[in-house]
Design a protein around this ligand. Sequence first.
Ligand code: ZN
Length: 364
Amino acid sequence: MTELAVKLKELTEASGVPGQEQEVRELMHTYLQTLTENICSDQLGSIIGRKTGLASGPKIMMMAHMDEVGFMVSNLSEGGYISFQPLGGWWSQVMLAQRVIIKTRKGDIIGVIGSKPPHLLSDEERDKVVKIKDMFIDVGATSRAHAKEMGIRLGDPIVPICPFTVMTNEKMYMGKALDNRAGCLVAVEVLKELQGQDHPNVVFSGATVQEEVGFRGAQTSTATVQPDVFIALDVSISWDSPGLADGNTEKSKSGSGPILFLYDGHLIPNTRLRDLIIDTAEEKGIPLQCEVFSDSGATDAGRAHLTGQGVPSIAICMPARYIHSHASIMNHDDLENTIQLLVAITKKLDQKTVDWIKDGRVRP
Ligand code: ZN
């Protein structure tokens, strides 16, 4: 496995549903420790490493979200079956018969989201999607008391199971939570690449909490740092699997480079920052895809840019297939290219450039 893949395996296999991200935070702390002079956090649990290139320079903040879509225990039935509250966006069709871990005080409990055998389905049921509220997890408990004895309590987090896999095409990685541990990896690797290099600013790089339930850590982490520029590092939809792009040639694909969002439901990025990134990619020969994302979905930048008087913000994403399910797939090259692009941008963000980006009126 490549060095990037080893870290991505660790990151994706860690558990971190919104609000209960401690495993991922600890891992991020370990990575950031050797690469930054200081690590701080907001009071919700976001983690932010600081690396100073020029102490008097502007504050450049780049953050991935560390939470993943998952569930929370919401009820234990008399028979010992577990109902759950989804955390983040799920489509019920991807959930039945999937394995999950319930993280309890007494340790991990493995279960499966139970489904009806096909023999028992009426024609009508067969064509219908099962509602999430009607689903249950079977952990092998014989009663409510037995499930409690195992350590299961209301509020316990539930995460999908999918061991990280390097596919036969070794460029392709499959795992759970690539959204957004891939971004967390980029946040770390940019700092690693900047070691021993000049950059005319102070970089704050790390990971937010609770993005999947509404960009909550983005708000508190930017209030903590008060950055001059904010870049959200995230994954986005790769439109190259069957039935998605529907002839739209401007949709992003795996292996074709990082994606710059020109529009999403929560952000219209700063145009000077946008153009700087597009020009930098061109100059360095880094492939870059631009996308107008009119479907539902947004990034931490959607919340971050509203901090204080406003922060010039943008999202740089990596294409991944089948996000918000147990098994997503992404391409190694997109990781590499995203890291290289961010390093190149960081080196350009000096005070003069950032002043120009921030000022809506004056030409340089
Ligand atoms: Zn995400």
